[in-house]
Each structure stands twice: as structure tokens, then as C-alpha cells.
Design a protein around this ligand. Structure first.
Ligand code: GDG
Length: 730
């Protein structure tokens, strides 16, 4: 088995040089962490023996050079390039990715641009990735897609391949109120795109819950313990807080860089490290440091803020503005408080070599990390892991994913400049004993759930989810060969019965129930099948008898209404009760359901002779899903003493007479004579009881790919008609 990692950029940057191509490993948090996990794959007993990383190589490669670049990347880096023009990549990266998704998902709607062209380019780029991936994917590969640039890829791939697919989002997933600001096409498109995955992972429980709520409100899909049933697979949504390579940070020899704290007589070092980004709260951090100096003159000359800012997205206007604001603030602080012998803010606008960065972590008495929003913030984890002497204090924003795991640090609200200022004073005064105690606990946690554990956990879960859902649904598909056997069994049988549901099976589900009239061709088909004396047809419906009479009345076949309360035998005109029934219980049930109808706008009651249905498909889905549990419990508590039972269907709760259901009814027909061909076919929740009561030799077929008691499944309603057409006599 091979693991195929997909991300926007490859972990290698390719540069055209005079005599060929330069290829250099790029070292982000994801890359350096994952590489260790990937390298470990071949060594341990695992189902995954190999890996390949797919992504954009970072530059335009001319057609003639593509083969050379591809070969070199594969051979030397286990990387496979997705060639797309720099122009398209930049359009998407600087467009939908960094002008729409990034600001919105980090709660900066004022910076977000909602431009339909951006969205179309984003789709285009995801398609290019899909096409390249389809050339690479092998039968046994498992696919792990990373981050917000490729959120449409899971479904695009799912349409073409059945390999396990996982998706991990590295940035926050925002609350519904923020997410819904996206243009209609993109807010639905992104969720649908992600739903192609078997497993979707987020850094924190909050992001997971935000996502599930958006799926419920926008796609109308409920989840059960984070699992969402899709037509052909189950999607699991779960939390996997990304870890770091603890040992590397803890034990690395960083020489020739100095790595011990400055010591007595030297200023204390407060470290700040980020990419230049408005989400990182760097401006507030400087303001907080300035206020700290203003309020605490006793610390003048005794403390320095060592601020490392890594250049990023310099083409985006919002980033350029922050850069000038930072330059201005640093100048102001150093000009106001500094002297010949003391520079309060040491400002490095650069990316440091990895070793030097770890050395800076170790040298710092305090790390001040105050993002306004951050998916995780690996720097916080790296700082704690690097403290080989366990001395040092982390001040961390509560709006980072990492704050959930690093609660022994000084957790602050970065929107409050006062809180930042006071936290610096507090951190500088924490006794060494307490520093060591807190850091020891955090180090233990980081060591246990390191990046390898994170990746293994994710991949194992992806395999587990995909195996379960593949086994249960796709294996039941009624393929051409099974259909052939079914038809053969039908032709050879002496006596046959077809028990068929109406809505969703003989006609498609409609928005308005009254508009589901049978087309003329369907009536012809039913008549044709029923005309064969060897065949009995029974239409089993939840609808009322008057409706069925109006639509199907003239047909000579058997009809049943209200899930089996009423029967009209073939050739008869009159309906009769399936068994003696009472409707007295309705007096007790209807007032209860009326009360809930008042409480839930959009819900309505439908009363029939021997059943009552409370529908809520027009209601606010989230409000309904909370109230429905209460309605269900309430009804169950009263129906224990009366002759009625409660069934929870798809956006409907139905109360009907005890002993009336499609299963009981089916037995009534099946017990009348021996049938050597039985076909039960249905689409709704009430057909499950029908499937459950079928004898071993029956063909039971569910329309729609979902968990079912039926032996077989077909994808859609038109296939049910196609199947019946095959049984027709010409
Ligand atoms: C995204 C999410 C999430 C930083 N400066 C230097 C340098 N770094 C390395 C750090 C760290 C990485 O870059 C930064 O990781 P972060 O997690 O802090 O932030 P993002 O880059 O925004 O990453 C974030 C992350 O994905 C993982 O899921 O945590 O929330 O936004 O590893 O060490 N590395 C070197 N020189 C530097 O100057 N060599």
C-alpha cells in the first residue's frame, strides 16, 4: 500500500538554473514533521510501505523539461509534480485562497473579497490537480489531501476512484455565521467538495463542531457521533491536533549558535516568531510590549523583545500595510525607550536557518505568541519542546489551536493590549520551579502525541472508516451480473410476487407530495407486469387510500395504503382494513403534536384514518434536530400504554397503530401462497421493515446507496424502473 500526500506546494522548490534545475527541500512545519513520519513508513510493520508527495513545484516548467523534472523529483525526493502555470497558481493563491478563504476562516471578514472569478479559478486549479492525480493513483494507494487550497479535490477524486481519501485542514474552520458569508456557490461547493473524503480532520474540537454545524445547516446532513451518511460512503469528521517532532527540537545540537539563556546582568529575552500575517496579531503584540514598558519602568534596560518576522505574501495589499505599521511601531518603541546601550525591540524581517531558530527558542526566557486566530501554531509547541533545561515561559493566545493542549502556559486574550502587557510582567516573574513544573507537563504531552502519532492516527482512522463504509454499501450494488441472475430467476419461476413501494421507487421523490402523479409509461409498465398470470404485483405505500385510488385505482393490481392499514386486493373495488384497528389513541397524540407544531415553525401535521405524521422537512434544520429528540421521547412515553407505535423517518415522525407496518403486511401476502420469485423494492425508511421480513430466497433491493437491511442496493430511482422494464413481457 502506498500513501499519496497531496498539498498545494511540494516539499521541494524547483528553480531553473543555467545548467538545469536546482531543487531544494522547503521546511515548513507540515513538511518537516511529515517527512519524519513518511521516512519511518518503510521501517516498521505497517500496511503502508511507500509514499509519494504530489504538489506544485513552485515555478513554471516548460513542456520540454517536464519529463526531466518529474524523473528527478521522483528519484531524489519521492515527489511528483503537478504542472500548472505560475499565472493560474498565483491567481488562485492570491485570489480565492488568500483574499477569500484565509481572511474569512481567520475571522477577518473585512479583508475578504467575494469574487466569483476567484471561485471559478479555484475550481479550475482543483481540476488540474485531479487530472494529474488520476494519472498517478494506483489501485492500492491511499490519498491524503492537505489544506484549504484543495478543498474540492476529495469529491472530484471520489467520482473517479474508490481509494480511501482523507482530508486535513490546517487552518481554523470558522463558525457558521462567518462561513455563511461566502458566496452561495462556494459555500455549498466547498462542503460538497470535502464530503468526498472518508475522513476529514481538524486541529480542534471547536473547528470540528463548526464544520458539522455548517454541513447540517447548508447541506441539510445530520451526523451521528461525527459520522455523516453519504450516498456511497460514510464520512467521518474528527479532531487530530497536529504534533511536532519532539525529539528533534528537544535534543538537537544547535552549535555553532549559542543556545543558553543570557544569564545575570544581561537583558531577559522575549521571543516572537511568525510569518508576516494579520492573523498573527503582531501589531497588538508590539502595542502590548510598549504598554508593558510604559507601565513597568523597573524593566527598562532589562528586557528585549526579539521579533522574528518571516516575509510572506508580499503581493497582497493587506500584508504590505501591516509591514509598514510594524516598521513604524518598532521605530516608535526603540526611539521612545531605547538608548545607546539598550534596544528594546530587536527586529529581524527574515527567515532563519532551522538550527538558529531552535537556538533562539532555547535562548529565550519568554515566548510571546499572540495570534488573533491560528489553526494550531506549531511555534508554541516547538518552543516548549526546545527547552532542554525546562526553563522558560510561554505566553499564548487563547485563539490558537495549540492553547487547548498547552494550558500550563500563560493563556491570554490578544485583543486586550492590557492583558498582553501584564502577561509579560507576570511571565518575567514566574519562579523557575514553577516554570519547570509547567513545562515538564507540557513536554510530556508533546512527546506522547508527536507528529508521527498524529499522522499514524489519521491514516489508521482513514483506513478504518473507508473499509467499513465500502464493505457495507458498495459491496451490495446490484451489478449487471446480479441483475442477469434476478431476471433469470424471474423468467424460470412458476409463481412470482413483486412488492414495490411508490414514492422514491416508482416515481422520484418530489418537493410537493401532491405532484407525484404516476406518468403514463409507468401505468403501462405496471399493467404489463401484472397481466402475466404468474405475477402478482402489490404496491405498498405510506400514502392515504384516496390518493392511491385516484392515481392507481384503474389498475387491476393490489394496493395497500397507510403503510398497511388498508388493503385493496387485485380485482376488487373496495378497500378493507388489514386488521381491526382503533384510532382512539389519536385523541391523545394529536394535541401533543399540535403543541410541537406551534413551537417549530414550518412543521405540520398530516392526519390519516389510522396514523398521524408530523413533518418537519420545511423547518430550520438545526432547531428541528434539537426539538425532534424531545418529540420522540414524549411520544414514546405515552405510547407505551396505548395501541400505537412511533417511527422516526426521514424528517417525519409517524405514529400509527401497533402491528401495522410494511413487514407485517408483506407477510400477509407471502403467506397466501408459495412464491419461488420474490422481489421487494423500496426507497424509504419504512421499507426497512419490509426488507427485514423477507425470506432468504427473496431479492430485496433498496433505491439509494445507504445503510440498509436490503440484500442489494441501486443508485437511483430510474434504475428501479429500468429493472422492472427488464421483467416486462413484450
Ligand atoms: C499553518 C496554520 C498550523 C517559522 N519561522 C521560521 C521557521 N518557521 C517554521 C516554524 C513552524 C512553521 O514555520 C510555522 O508554523 P505555524 O504553525 O506557526 O504557522 P503556519 O505556517 O501559518 O501554518 C497553523 C500549521 O499550518 C500546521 O497545521 O499550526 O495554524 O496557519 O514549524 O518552525 N522555520 C525556519 N526559519 C524561520 O525563521 N526554518
Amino acid at each position: 500500500m502506498r500513501l499519496l500526500i497531496v498539498s498545494n506546494r511540494l516539499p521541494v522548490v524547483v528553480n531553473k538554473q543555467n545548467d538545469g534545475f536546482g531543487m531544494e527541500k522547503s521546511a515548513g512545519g507540515l513538511v518537516s514533521g511529515l517527512i519524519d513520519y513518511l521516512v519511518s513508513l518503510g521501517r516498521k510493520a505497517s500496511d503502508i510501505q511507500d509514499y509519494i508527495w504530489m504538489g506544485w513545484p513552485g515555478t513554471d516548467i516548460e513542456k520540454g523539461d517536464e519529463a526531466l523534472v518529474r524523473d528527478t523529483l521522483q528519484r531524489e525526493f519521492k515527489a511528483s509534480p503537478v504542472f500548472l502555470s505560475k499565472k493560474l497558481m498565483e491567481k488562485v493563491y492570491l485570489g480565492f485562497c488568500n483574499r477569500t478563504i484565509w481572511p474569512l476562516f481567520h475571522y477577518f471578514p473585512n479583508y475578504a473579497h467575494f469574487n466569483l472569478d476567484y471561485w471559478n479559478e479555484y475550481k479550475r486549479m482543483n481540476e488540474v490537480f485531479r487530472d494529474e492525480l488520476l494519472k498517478e493513483i494506483q489501485k492500492d494507494d491511499i490519498i491524503w489531501v492537505h489544506d484549504y487550497h484543495l478543498m474540492l479535490l476529495p469529491s472530484m477524486l471520489r467520482e473517479q476512484v474508490s481509494n480511501p481519501i482523507g482530508f486535513f485542514l490546517h487552518i481554523p474552520f470558522p463558525s457558521y455565521e462567518m462561513y455563511r458569508m461566502l458566496h452561495k456557490d462556494s459555500r455549498t461547493g466547498i462542503l460538497e467538495g470535502l464530503m468526498g473524503a472518508d475522513l476529514i480532520g481538524f486541529h480542534t474540537h471547536d473547528y470540528t463542531q463548526h464544520f458539522l454545524r455548517c454541513v447540517l445547516r447548508i447541506l441539510g446532513k445530520e451526523n451521528h457521533m461525527g459520522k455523516i451518511a453519504m450516498p456511497d460512503h460514510t464520512v467521518e469528521v474528527s479532531t487530530f491536533p497536529m504534533g511536532i517532532d519532539f525529539e528533534k527540537f528537544h535534543t538537537m545540537d544547535v552549535s555553532p549558535f549559542p543556545s543558553s539563556k543570557p544569564g545575570k546582568g544581561k537583558p531577559k529575552m522575549v521571543l516572537s516568531v511568525d510569518r508576516l500575517d494579520y492573523s498573527k496579531g503582531i501589531v497588538n503584540r508590539l502595542k502590548g510590549f510598549e504598554l508593558f514598558l510604559r507601565n513597568h519602568p523597573e524593566w527598562h534596560n532589562k528586557v528585549c523583545l526579539n521579533m522574528i518576522v518571516v516575509p510572506s505574501r508580499t503581493d497582497v495589499g493587506a500584508y504590505r500595510k501591516i509591514k509598514s505599521r510594524l516598521d513604524e511601531l518598532v521605530g516608535y518603541i526603540n526611539g521612545t525607550y531605547g538608548s545607546m546601550t539598550w534596544t528594546p525591540v530587536i527586529y529581524q524581517y527574515t527567515s532563519l536557518p532551522h538550527k538558529e531558530l531552535i537556538a533562539q527558542y532555547r535562548m529565550s526566557d519568554v515566548a510571546l505568541l499572540t495570534p488573533l486566530r491560528d489553526g494550531m501554531n506549531l511555534v508554541a509547541k516547538e518552543y516548549i519542546a526546545s527547552l532542554a533545561d525546562q526553563k522558560g515561559v510561554l505566553i499564548l493566545s487563547e485563539f490558537t489551536g495549540a492553547a487547548k493542549e498547552l494550558s500550563e502556559s500563560v493563556v491570554i486574550n490578544p485583543n486586550s493590549i492590557d492583558e498582553i502587557a501584564e502577561s509579560i510582567a507576570e511571565a518575567l516573574n514566574i519562579p523557575v520551579k514553577d516554570q519547570i513544573r509547567g513545562n515538564r507537563i507540557m513536554q510530556k504531552r508533546l512527546k506522547r502525541y508527536n507528529v508521527t502519532k498524529w499522522a499514524t492516527d489519521f491514516v489508521d482512522n482513514m483506513l478504518k472508516t473507508s473499509n467499513i463504509s465500502r464493505d457495507s454499501v458498495s459491496n451490495k450494488l446490484l451489478n449487471a451480473s446480479l441483475t442477469g441472475q434476478l431476471v433469470k430467476n424471474y423468467v424460470e419461476a412458476k409463481k412470482r410476487i413483486i412488492l414495490v413501494n411508490y414514492d422514491g421507487t416508482l416515481v422520484p421523490f418530489t418537493k410537493y407530495p401532491a405532484s407525484a402523479e404516476p406518468p403514463r409509461a409507468l401505468l403501462g409498465l405496471m399493467e404489463n407486469l401484472d397481466a402475466d398470470v404468474k405475477t402478482d404485483i402489490v404496491i405498498i405505500s405510506g400514502r392515504g387510500k384516496d390518493e392511491l385510488d385516484e392515481w392507481l385505482g384503474p389498475l387491476p393490481l393490489s394496493l395497500t395504503a397507510e403503510h398497511g392499514s388498508w388493503i385493496r386486493e387485485a380485482g376488487e373495488k373496495e378497500w378493507r382494513l388489514f386488521k381491526p384497528l382503533s384510532s382512539e389513541w389519536k385523541e391523545e397524540v394529536i394535541p401533543i403534536l399540535e403543541m410541537y407544531t406551534d413551537r417549530l415553525p414550518g412543521s405540520y401535521l398530516q392526519e390519516r384514518d389510522y396514523s398521524v405524521a408530523w413533518h418537519y422537512h420545511r423547518s430550520d434544520i438545526e432547531q428541528a434536530s434539537h426539538l425532534v429528540k424531545e418529540v420522540n421521547d414524549h411520544l414514546l412515553s405515552i405510547t407505551t400504554n396505548i395501541s400505537a407505535h412511533v417511527i422516526h423517518g426521514s424528517k417525519v415522525i409517524e405514529v400509527s397503530n401497533s402491528g401495522i407496518n410494511k413487514g407485517e403486511l408483506a407477510m400477509h401476502w407471502l403467506n397466501r401462497r408459495p412464491y419461488d420469485f420474490i422481489l421487494a423494492i423500496g426507497a424509504g425508511w419504512s421499507d426497512e421493515l419490509l426488507f427485514q421480513t423477507m425470506p432468504e430466497h427473496a431479492w430485496s433491493v433498496k433505491v439509494g446507496l445507504s445503510q440498509t437491511a436490503a440484500k442489494f442496493v441501486i443508485r437511483e430511482q430510474s434504475e428501479a424502473i429500468a429493472l422492472l422494464e427488464k421483467l416486462k413481457t413484450n
